[in-house]
Design a protein around this ligand. Structure first.
Ligand code: AMP
Ligand code: MN
Ligand code: ZN
Length: 545
């Protein structure tokens, strides 16, 4: 504590002495005592470093702390300093418009509550910083999302379902997102050739042909008799259907749980060229590039044949998760060096699997940005897998670009201002409005060029060695190995949601909560809606109300 105290003094001295020399005659200080932002930041940083050091030197809980605590003087010191700190934090949080009742917390649950508050406030503050940085660099985030003409005006629904749960490569705050909600859209599920399987049973891979196999597909997947009859379709009570399902699948459990391309991915060897420094190949201007909307099997086959002749192509997906229990992949964007394609996945849902021929071809690189969800959606909806992927989000991370979103990469390498207004648009809308069509193609149009540039930078960043490139290829492969896991309802599922709430319930309330939760899950599966859909379910969303 002594040492850090000295540091603190030094810091103050240097900044005040420079202040005396330079700023006395000036009247327009940045803030009292500091003539510019840099001086203020330097001073502030010094304070933060000193405070961090000092706190690290405090007696540790479970160690010296217990001994020190036996002294009343120490206890009193902790009380007053603790109170002061909480007061400071409350002030800071209030200043930023966050919830800030830090000091009034319950003694028992207080720590957890406070921790949640701090985490929430950090998110809010970081988000504000992000917005200000965007504004400073010319991006305007205050624009409202827009809807194509002819659709109902967007309705904002704030609900925990559209809270971002995982890092999708677009920043990681837990903010609540705006949802574009268009009414009167025909449910695409009605047209699906294969009924959606919302039953409370584990996901079974949809694959039945395995192109580019080194290890053949287990007979379970190729045997049509087993696959054709689904227990949910039989005219038997649900419990019996579940039992039949269990019996049938027991012996195939291992196969079902495995990743169909695990063996191929484990034995994937990168061609030497992919570890060298590439010569970036400039993208074609958007205006000079053909973009084909693929909604017939014939065109899909044609596209697959084109892809088979390339050595790399870029892929992205658009997904809808509000009016469906498991979510629906609505569009697939693909760009080669020459052309853009947008596939209507609602129309071609049952035919998409033919792309496995190119998607699992180890000699063709598939470039994605932030493929975490895409890999799962491909399996869930189409039985598609990816062998030999490069994820530009992983590349940005390995390069420490600071911000790893696609917008940032496009700005950095292509000086393109992408427009994220349609990110949460309702991608089920057909015919696809022109604005959404143009928006969607931008997600992959520049990606192969970004892939080149990122590889150059990765190569340079490891001093002309392939080390960082190898890291990115490996991380991308790990993502390809991800498996889709269906949400399974168990007797304890409700506890996960309960723990996320900010309140505690008594026994009676908890029992009611458990029943409501089970009812909501059952209804959502039955009606094929997300658990967040509809006013009747809003009552379970206490985290936002
Ligand atoms: P993207 O890769 O950015 O094109 O996003 C693909 C899909 O992910 C979108 O169609 C949305 O369904 C979903 N998505 C993207 N960003 C968000 C977000 N911030 N919150 C919730 N869902 C998102
Ligand atoms: Mn994406
Ligand atoms: Zn996209």
């Amino acid at each position: 504590m002594d040492a850090s105290g000295q540091d603190e003094g030094k810091m103050k001295q240097t900044s005040t002495s420079s202040l005396n020399e330079e700023t006395e005659p000036k009247t327009s200080d940045f803030c009292p005592g500091f003539n510019d932002v840099d001086a203020f930041v330097k001073y502030g940083l010094g304070k933060v470093v000193a405070a961090t050091k000092a706190s690290a030197n405090l007696p540790q809980a479970g160690d010296e702390y217990d001994f020190y605590r036996s002294f009343p003087g120490f206890q009193e010191f902790c009380e007053t300093q603790g109170d002061r700190l909480l007061h400071c934090m409350s002030k800071l949080m209030q200043y930023h418009g966050c919830r800030a009742h830090m000091r009034g917390c319950n003694k028992l649950t207080g720590l957890e509550e406070r921790f949640d508050l701090v985490v929430d406030s950090n998110d809010v503050i970081l988000e504000q910083v992000g917005i200000l940085l965007d504004e400073a660099s010319g991006v305007n985030r205050t624009q409202q999302p827009i809807m194509p003409a002819g659709f109902q005006p967007p309705k904002t629904i704030v609900s925990s379902w559209n809270r971002k749960g995982r890092d999708h490569g677009q920043g990681s705050s837990s903010e609540t997102f705006r949802l574009l909600h268009a009414k009167n859209i025909q449910r695409p599920q009605l047209k699906f050739k294969e009924k959606v399987d919302n039953s409370n049973t584990p996901f079974v891979p949809k694959i039945f042909i395995k192109p580019n196999a080194i290890k053949p597909l287990p007979s379970y997947f190729t045997n049509k008799h087993i696959r054709k009859e689904r227990p949910e379709d039989l005219d038997v009570p649900a419990a019996l259907a579940d039992f039949i399902h269990q019996q049938r699948t027991q012996e195939h459990m291992d196969n079902m749980c495995a990743h169909p391309y695990q063996y191929e991915l484990d034995h994937l060897t990168l061609s030497e060229d992919l570890l060298k420094k590439p010569e970036p190949q400039m993208y074609k201007p958007l205006s000079e590039t053909n973009c084909l909307f693929v909604d017939t099997l014939e065109d899909l086959v044609g596209l697959n044949e084109k892809l088979a002749k390339t050595s790399e192509f870029a892929v992205d997906l658009e997904h809808h998760s509000y009016r469906s229990f498991l979510g629906i992949t609505c569009l697939m964007q693909i760009s080669t060096r020459e052309e853009d394609f947008i596939i209507d996945c609602l129309e071609l849902r049952s035919e998409m699997y033919i792309l496995n021929e190119t998607f699992t071809d180890p000699s063709i690189v598939k470039v994605f940005h932030g493929a975490d969800s895409d890999i799962e959606w491909l399996q869930k909806d189409f039985g598609l897998y990816v062998v030999n992927m490069f994820d530009t989000h992983q590349a940005a991370r390995a390069l420490n670009l600071g911000r790893n979103s696609l917008d940032h990469i496009l700005k950095l390498y292509c000086n393109v201002d992408s427009d994220k207004r349609y990110q949460l648009a309702d991608w089920r809308i057909r015919p696809l409005p022109e604005e959404m069509f143009q928006y969607a193609r931008v997600d992959t149009h520049y990606l192969l060029y970004a892939y080149d540039r990122l590889r150059v930078d990765l190569f340079d960043a490891s001093n002309g060695q392939p080390a960082l490139l190898q890291v990115v290829w490996q991380r991308s492969k790990d993502l390809s190995l991800r498996k889709y896991i269906k949400p399974i309802f168990t007797e304890d599922s409700y506890m996960d949601l309960y723990r996320k709430q900010k309140r505690s319930f008594n026994t009676q309330q908890l029992a009611a909560f458990r029943l409501l939760y089970a009812w909501r899950d059952k209804l959502a599966r039955q009606e094929d809606e997300s658990t967040g859909y509809g006013a009747h379910t809003r009552s379970l969303d206490m985290s936002t109300s």
